[in-house]
Write a protein that binds this ligand. Structure first.
Ligand SMILES: Nc1ncnc2c1ncn2[C@@H]1O[C@H](COP(=O)(O)OP(=O)(O)OP(=O)(O)O)[C@@H](O)[C@H]1O
Length: 548
């Protein structure tokens, strides 16, 4: 018979590098450890036959309290494995060996909303609308299955690579009984427990809605509505629905929070009515209908991708840096200006019900790029026929049409121009890289028949100031204030040009007109943004936040 210490040792054993699911016959390769929970560890996982990537949640079978834990895991598997919804982390399978129980889950490469909050502290109202729409959609499905989650919190809201929010961790989820309640246990994160839970009257679907109110308050203000110590005082505040009024939020946000945090569960809005609240109808995010990005991954736009997977990667003019450490003040300013511009569009109106009235306009942008940022730099081809490279050492070199002058900027304050013939010899290696990139990109443009409207050529001092990218998307910040968000894996680009009220948003998407369609801020205000536009803006904001 195995002793307790032997069992404990065994339960702490490393998870094997290769795992075999006897039920499905699949063999998986275990990847890096993503994180640890109170009872579990989570790894990246690759299916050896399909190369599909998953998250593997591993729960030890041994150890103290193993019977209770086994019951909990069994319940989690029984509930989670039957669920299928785009806003719920997908459950792909489960198996066990002598030491562990394994759950194969959808891999959410952007981690969770808690990770976003750690960097940002608070989110803006348009972003919150975006996330809440996905959460409401997932939660509505869960409640339709008569399941209450009971542990809704930012760390259980996972983010896929294209920023879709997915409810996960159903370890505390339970089925509701015929009366709409489940067992009268006190569980979940204390700050987010509803009055009826604190009073031991049991969880119902409305208790999850209370938690949504706590989450909305937390992500908008940076602190939960109920935090007081001692716990008894906090529980009293919860029962009374007594929390500090977030006066700096918009009246619509405050009003929705107070509806969600109604002490009487019957007074809280149902999920069906929630999205009709003024907070959502005044200006809203892409929500459940934002499917476009999911279906665009097959048409590869990338020239020669060498950029590493997440975390985000940064090159910026005039600073010798290739990572996120110590971004300089000018970068912070560029990021702030770009962020403001993106928010101006994102918060411009309700979600567009139909196509927007746009027009084709000449826009200076980068239809092609070559990402060799880990080796040489980042090259781009402009719609005026020019091209440039932002080098790893923070310098920038551009070839200007039609005469082929070369502009060189060792930093942001200095500009040298040369003809091709009299380029100084120390710069010849950089020129060779630039010409190589330019040739490659022009060939691709010709092959693909990419069209651009004739546009006024860029000025000699025009440059790419910064480029921020991860495995999914990239943001380019140009010296004339233009911001471009492009997806790596499809021909989808969004460009914001112009300033203030004259901001022009231009969108290129697969199947759309090849010169792109431009929309003024007035059009966005009167018709709203399409889900694709909103999703690209959120993706761009997400990347920019990583360099703040
Ligand atoms: N499907 C997933 N995709 C990507 N990362 C995940 C996924 N599921 C969990 N993680 C990450 O793995 C880590 C551990 O998650 P896990 O669910 O095991 O515990 P937890 O939720 O953090 O803690 P606890 O179980 O105590 O509530 C977390 O950092 C989480 O963000």
């Amino acid at each position: 018979m195995e002793s307790r210490s032997q069992r404990r040792r065994r339960s702490r054993q490393l998870v094997a590098a290769f795992l075999h699911d006897p039920g499905s016959g699949r063999v998986y390769r275990r990847g890096k450890l993503i994180g640890k929970g109170a009872f579990s560890r989570c790894y990246k996982l690759t299916d050896m036959s399909t190369s599909g990537v998953f998250a593997l949640k591993v729960v030890p079978r041994g150890g103290v309290g193993r019977l209770r834990l086994r019951g909990k895991v069994e319940r989690e598997i029984a509930l989670h494995s039957r669920l299928r919804h785009r806003n719920i982390v997908a459950f792909h399978g489960h198996f066990a060996d002598r030491d562990h129980v394994y759950m194969v889950l959808e891999y959410c490469s952007r981690q969770s909303l808690a990770h976003v909050l750690k960097v940002r502290r608070t989110l803006t109202e348009p972003e919150v609308r975006y996330y809440l729409r996905g959460l409401v959609s997932g939660l509505r499905y869960l409640h339709q299955q008569r399941i209450v989650h009971r542990d809704l919190k930012p760390s259980n809201f996972f983010l896929s690579k294209n920023m879709e929010v997915k409810i996960g961790d159903l370890g505390l989820a339970a089925r509701v009984g015929p009366a709409g309640h489940c067992h009268r246990v006190l569980c979940g994160t204390p700050n987010f427990q509803a009055p009826e839970v604190v009073s031991r009257n049991g969880h119902s679907c409305k208790s999850d809605i209370w938690a949504l109110g706590c989450i909305m308050y937390t992500v908008l203000t940076g602190t939960p509505p109920f935090t007081a110590a001692p716990l008894s005082e906090m529980y009293q505040n919860i029962r009374d629905g007594h929390y500090p009024e977030p006066t700096h939020l918009s009246p619509n946000a405050r009003n929705l929070i107070s509806r969600l945090l109604a002490p009487d569960p019957a007074e809280r809005p149902s999920l069906d009515h929630l999205l009709q609240d003024d907070f959502f109808t005044q200006a809203s995010g892409p929500g459940e209908e934002g499917t476009e990005l999911d279906h665009m991954e097959s048409s590869n736009e990338e020239g020669a991708p060498l950029c590493a997977e997440s975390p985000a990667h940064l090159l910026t003019l005039g600073t010798l840096q290739t990572d996120l450490a110590d971004p300089k003040g000018s970068l912070a300013l560029q990021v702030e200006v770009a962020t403001r511009k993106m928010h101006l569009c994102l918060d411009s109106g309700p979600v567009a019900a139909q196509g927007l009235p746009g027009e084709q306009q000449p826009v200076l942008w980068a239809p092609k790029w070559v990402d060799y940022s880990l080796k040489y730099g980042f090259g781009y081809q402009l719609s005026d026929g020019g091209s440039g490279v932002l080098f790893r050492d923070g310098s920038h070199m551009a070839l200007r049409p039609p005469g082929g002058h070369v502009s060189y900027q060792p930093d942001q304050g200095t500009l040298w121009t040369f003809t091709l013939r009299d380029i100084p010899s120390p710069l010849r290696a950089k020129l060779a890289v630039l010409r190589l990139f330019a040739c490659y990109m022009q060939k691709r443009v010709r092959e693909e028949g990419t069209m651009s409207m004739p546009v006024t050529p860029a000025s000699p001092d025009f440059s790419l100031l910064s480029f921020v990218a991860d495995s999914r998307a990239l943001v380019m910040l140009f010296s004339n204030g233009t911001v471009q968000v492009s997806l790596r894996t499809s021909q989808t680009h969004l460009v914001l040009s112009g300033e203030g009220e004259r901001v022009l948003l231009t969108l290129w998407e697969p199947g759309g007109p090849s010169p792109g369609i431009s929309y003024s801020l007035d059009v966005l205000r009167s018709h709203g943004c399409t889900p694709t536009i909103q999703q690209l803006l959120c993706q761009g904001l997400y990347l920019l936040q990583t360099v703040k």
